[in-house]
Ligand binder design. Structure first.
Ligand code: SF4
Length: 324
């Protein structure tokens, strides 16, 4: 299924995203929103309301994901959720969170949301007792709770990028974020194809012009047609030159500080791209990226496997050093 126009609105088979806090209380390595480098910054509720209502005149999604950074850090999250609802842009509201602050959320939050998606990271999972309370709140309010257990991440961008236009085109063509998951992002009066094109330019000195990658949301009669053309445009974005799309090398999940977050990305796109996965994506656009699993059992098994492989690699290195 792809985009189409119905009753003057562009309809997407997926959702759109609203980043309400750019910073985070965790520091996941290679976070694709680059949240660990952002200082405390929140979206204004009035801005969210203005943009959502304007976009809703020409765009319809199946759901809106409210995320960040960590969205639960926003003190005015509930009014923002209500704005999403009153805009009528989508019938379903999903809040994506790392879950750490979820036990503190009150009745009003649970009443305003349809689904909470928790990304569970090693060492950051909620204790059983708190998780039981969260489950109870969700059940009482008819909220769907979805848990994604992460063991790995993929490098999300390269500080140095590439000059190889064919590689940029291939990264764009195989990008699940833009073309499969369609994580279209609403930001400061603009519609962006992906969150990376919002965040990469804000971090890279002398990086691409962020606003050129987006489409200004307007209320004129031609906007829906322009939005459709923008979504179907086969030309890579400026940000794709530094972005790895879905094809970054896979690495075990780890936490990093703001100071050292950018260091691992100080390589070229060529060095950080996973050529095997890129080849797989060429033929299987929705291939599993191998980062998350659905059940805690699979999660623990994969974490044990990863720890075993890391220890084995350390042993081999030690033996090589001894024998050399
Ligand atoms: S910047 Fe390009 S490659 Fe990266 S997520 Fe957006 S469309 Fe995909």
């Amino acid at each position: 299924m792809t985009y189409h126009i119905e009753n003057g609105k562009v309809v997407t088979p997926e959702g759109c995203e609203l980043n309400v806090a750019h910073h985070c209380n965790l520091g996941c390595a290679s976070c694709s929103h680059l949240s660990p480098v952002f200082k405390r910054s929140f979206i204004e509720p009035d801005t969210a309301q203005r943009d959502l209502h304007l976009l809703a005149r020409s765009f319809r999604a199946q759901f809106v994901k409210v995320l960040g950074g960590e969205p639960l850090l926003h003190r005015e999250l509930v009014p923002i959720l209500r704005s999403v609802r009153t805009s009528g842009i989508a019938p379903r509201i999903i809040v994506c969170t790392n879950g750490v602050l979820l036990p503190r959320m009150g009745e009003e939050f649970w009443a305003a949301v349809d689904e909470v998606e928790i990304s569970v990271y090693p060492g950051r999972e909620l204790p059983a007792e708190k998780m039981a309370r969260v489950r109870q709140f969700a059940e009482e309010h008819g909220v769907t709770l979805t848990l994604l257990h992460y063991t790995h991440f993929r490098y999300s961008y390269s500080e140095f990028g590439t000059r190889d236009d064919r590689l940029v085109q291939r990264i764009y063509d195989t990008c699940q974020i833009a073309h499969i998951w369609r994580c279209h992002t609403l930001f400061e009066g603009y519609f962006f194809k992906c969150p990376q094109s919002v965040f990469i330019p804000q971090v890279l000195e002398g990086g691409p012009d962020m606003w050129r990658d987006g489409l200004r949301i307007t209320d004129d009669p031609g906007f829906a047609e322009r939005l459709l053309a923008y979504l179907q445009d086969p030309t890579p974005l400026g940000a794709c030159r530094n972005c790895l799309g879905s094809a970054g090398l896979r690495m075990p999940h780890e936490q990093r500080t703001r100071r050292d977050f950018r260091t691992p990305q100080r390589h070229t796109t060529e060095e950080l791209a996973d050529r095997d996965f890129l080849a797989l994506l060429d033929g299987t656009p929705d291939a599993d990226d191998g980062c998350a699993v659905d059940t805690p059992e699979e999660w623990r098994a994969r974490l044990r496997e990863t720890a075993g492989a890391t220890a084995a690699r350390a042993d081999t290195t030690a033996n090589t050093v001894k024998g050399s």
